[in-house]
Design a protein around this ligand. Structure first.
Ligand SMILES: [Zn+2]
Length: 179
């Protein structure tokens, strides 16, 4: 009996050791470029931004400032300013969050599996700073079939500048864009 226990604990020990050694993080290449401590992020971000971007929170549906926002321009990461989405890819999804059918640049975001809340979802994070943006679903209504469901809090909108050389004030009456 004693030998059984001894060999059992030996097996367990070696399993534990093996577990420690053979566990290289395989997704190391997918690491965000920017590294800041939680304290640094707390100082930089508002409490809402920190909750969404750093703690993977979700804003309440239909409350975000960009949910029904359809101006032309870029959507940047609220934490690090990286361009994430273009207004051309934004569509009304009726889900309560800003939705996009594509990213501005494939390198702009990182997708990873999220098994929280008993669901298997694809989490979308900013490739530059690692901030949580939202989730990606494959039930989009457009050609791409993608629906990037993103928190408004995680985004900053930058309106498209038309004709940089024109120094006239922005006029209220919107003439048709000269595309
Ligand atoms: Zn970012």
């Amino acid at each position: 009996m004693r030998t059984l226990i001894a060999s059992l604990s030996l097996v367990m020990m070696s399993v534990a050791c093996a577990g420690q050694e053979n566990n290289p993080k395989e997704s190391e290449e997918m690491k965000p470029k920017m590294e800041k401590s939680d304290q640094e992020w707390k100082e930089k971000l508002s409490p809402d931004e920190y909750y969404i971007l750093r703690e993977a929170g979700t804003e309440r549906p239909f409350t975000g400032k960009y949910n029904l926002h359809f101006e032309e321009g870029n959507y940047r990461c609220a934490a690090c300013d990286a361009v994430l989405f273009d207004s051309d890819s934004k569509f009304e999804s009726h889900c309560g969050w800003p939705s996009f059918d594509n990213v501005a640049d494939n390198d702009a975001i990182i997708e990873r599996e999220d098994r929280s809340f008993g669901m298997v979802r694809t989490e979308v994070i900013c490739a530059n700073c690692g901030g949580h943006l939202g989730h990606l679903f494959d039930d989009g209504p457009t050609e791409s079939g993608m629906r990037y469901c993103i928190n408004s809090v995680a985004l900053d909108f930058e309106a498209k500048k038309e004709g940089e050389e024109k120094s006239e004030e922005v006029d209220k009456d919107e003439s048709e864009a000269s595309n």
